[in-house]
Ligand binder design. Structure first.
Ligand code: SF4
Length: 266
């Protein structure tokens, strides 16, 4: 198996993986979305809310604010309290996520500029929110990723006989018709200059009347992962793999015990 990182920063990661079965890649993808634990606000005690926003909506908005999560430092029952106390000194005052004060500096809003509510002069909000670890299988607010998806690596085949029938102007128009601009003419024939950006829309197939055929490799994938900011994208991916490995080990040891006649029912 080969893995090649194409892009990586604090929030996003894109890589090519070759020689992997799609079932395994899909299991990892699903685990990144709904198995990797993250912190999110789950209980809110509203002591005062004179804004026009209902308490339930306010609590819902708080739940969807991504919180930084360091899984290495946390126990499954870790809880953190975040407090918000604000009184608007003027009209149209926006309350931002940065105004939430956390009892644990390692668990705080991943982004400081998420608007929570708009206040008029004199309106007040005072609340205490409890964040806990959860997973995306329980609620989307615990998903550590906003994007976790893969696509097959595309390539094109060219019917050279058909292509040669096009005059240079028509050929150029076909190349330019690609909405992602990833086609190029090299030595008189079209090539896929940037396969990563090809969306497999097949428009080039239609417009070239089949002179270009879009294909994809069955065991080569482009994977794109974007974190909500809760943790780095590679941490999400590696944790998802860890969880799957531990599931497999668990099944394997249970089966071994069954073979040995050990009671595993409890
Ligand atoms: S499949 Fe779509 S994106 Fe890919 S090369 Fe053809 S027209 Fe461009």
């Amino acid at each position: 198996m080969n893995v090649k990182i194409l892009e990586k920063d604090q929030l996003k990661m894109m890589f090519v993986v070759e020689g992997v079965d799609v079932t395994l890649l899909n299991a990892i993808r699903r685990a990144t979305i709904n198995r990797v634990p993250t912190m999110a606000i789950d209980t809110v005690i509203i002591l005062e809310n004179s804004s026009i926003m209902y308490d339930e909506i306010l609590a819902h908005r708080l739940g969807l604010i991504p919180l930084t999560t360091d899984l290495d430092e946390m126990l499954p029952d870790t809880t953190v309290i975040l407090k918000l106390e604000v009184k608007a000194a003027s009209d149209n005052q926006v309350v931002y996520s940065s105004q939430l004060v956390s009892s644990d500096q390692s668990v705080k809003p991943a982004w400081s500029t998420i608007p929570i509510v708009l206040l008029k002069k004199g309106q007040r909000i005072q609340l205490e929110a409890m964040a806990r670890l959860g997973t995306g299988s329980e609620h989307a607010k615990w998903q550590p990723v906003s994007v976790s998806a893969y696509k097959n690596m595309p390539y094109i085949e060219v019917d050279k006989e058909l292509w040669q029938k096009y005059d240079s102007k028509t050929a150029e128009n076909i190349i330019k018709s690609c909405p992602k601009g990833v086609l190029k003419i090299v030595d008189g024939y079209p090539t896929l200059a940037n396969p990563v950006n090809c969306t497999l829309c097949k428009y080039c197939e239609d417009i070239s009347n089949g002179a270009i055929k879009v294909r994809w490799r069955d065991n080569e994938y482009i994977y794109r992962l974007e974190s909500t900011g809760a943790m780095s994208p590679e941490k999400v991916f590696l944790k998802a793999i860890d969880l799957l490995i531990s599931d497999c080990r668990n099944i394997s040891s249970q089966l071994e015990n069954l073979e040995k006649g050990v009671d595993v029912s409890g």
